[in-house]
Design a binder for this molecule. Structure first.
Ligand code: UFG
Length: 326
């Protein structure tokens, strides 16, 4: 069964392709390589294409796809405040073009990668976030993903597309075989930045220590990228077998949170080396705590995040860092 994976040359997309192949699917990657790498496409065909260019869809129009997993998008929250146009064009216009392709080609099964950023800053963030919580994204990035969720609902109601929306919390870690991993340029994410600081004997910048959390630094819910990949394949199989509702929403996280300082300590513990840091001013648009409630994914998809403890996230990220940088 052929599955179209937009953004399949990227960090999360490549892990999903590996999991698809393992489960007997044939992933076909459609990616413009703006954030992905051709060398990450190891488990199926690669087609260079940009979702914003309708003419690029000609390259895939003859292929019979059983489903689509749509990841291709800009993802960096900070950048979205500086260049919202880029986010709306890539994330929203690109998704509409893709949905039109799907509608015209009568593809029924669709998976959309969304984000915890759709929830925004909650009034009471001590509670784990459930899928039905109020959604008021603060960043253009979060808004762009929520707009696509809404458009997708209309496509489902009116054109009969069945979907799973997966709202990722903080994707992290790397493939246990160290074949693929996180490689953003520039790197903005916490775990690779701490590892880089540890190896290069540099200071990690900690964005703020005045949040209402136990140690004053932001708390996030880190979920291993291979656990994310597994959830996608479970969702896809159920969509194909008609074992889900038409419209499905799932948080994908670990259900646990760690502060920035706890992540730094986890890297120190792994390397048995003190990682130095300094406090700098708060990063604009960072909510203090993001913690998932993942009961729905556990119950309906029979999914559990088996690899998402912080020790394993640090270990696999470190192995990937060393493979690429030493
Ligand atoms: N942080 C630092 N120093 C750094 C990097 C990050 O202190 O060098 C802090 C951030 O301020 C934040 C935390 O570490 O409090 C995590 O930051 P990341 O940049 O690793 O991740 P984000 O939480 O900003 O965002 C990620 C994805 C988004 C997604 C979000 C959902 O990049 O796409 O998780 O939780 F929406």
């Amino acid at each position: 069964m052929k599955i179209l994976v937009t953004g399949g040359a990227g960090y999360i997309g490549s892990h999903i392709c590996k999991e698809l192949k393992k489960n007997g699917f044939d992933p076909i990657v459609f990616d413009n390589l703006s954030n992905g790498y051709k060398k990450f496409v190891k488990w199926g065909k690669f087609i260079k294409g940009d979702l914003k260019k309708v003419s690029d869809f000609k390259k895939i129009k003859k292929i019979k796809f059983k489903g689509v997993i749509h990841l291709a998008s800009n993802i960096e929250v900070g950048e979205s405040y500086k260049d919202p146009t880029k986010f709306y064009l890539n994330n929203v216009t690109g998704s509409i073009n893709l949905l039109e392709f799907i509608r015209l080609n009568k593809i029924k099964n669709f998976i959309f990668s969304s984000t915890a950023a759709v929830y925004g800053e909650l009034k009471d963030n001590s509670k784990p976030i459930k899928e039905n919580f109020h959604k008021e994204p603060i960043s253009p990035y979060g808004k762009s993903k929520l707009f696509v969720e809404r458009i997708l609902e209309d496509y489902s109601d009116i054109y009969g597309i069945n979907f799973c929306i997966f709202r990722y919390f903080n994707a992290s870690g790397a493939d246990s075989d160290v074949e693929i991993g996180e490689s953003h340029i520039p790197e903005t994410h916490l775990v690779p930045n701490v590892i880089n600081a540890c190896e290069m004997n540099k200071l990690v910048k900690v964005f703020g220590n005045n949040y209402k959390t136990k140690d004053g630094t932001c708390m996030r819910d880190y979920v291993h990228v291979s656990d994310l990949a597994e959830a996608h394949v479970k969702g896809l199989k159920k969509l194909i077998k008609n074992n889900l509702k038409k419209k499905n929403y799932f948080n994908l996280g670990s259900g646990k949170t760690y502060s920035v300082l706890e992540v730094i300590n986890a890297v120190s513990d792994y390397k048995k080396k003190k990682v130095k840091f300094k406090y700098v001013k708060n990063r604009f648009g960072d909510p203090s705590i993001l913690m998932s409630n993942i009961d729905r994914a556990k119950k309906i998809l029979n999914w559990t995040p088996k690899r998402s403890n912080i020790e394993n996230i640090v270990k696999t990220s470190y192995q990937w860092y060393l493979k690429n940088n030493i």
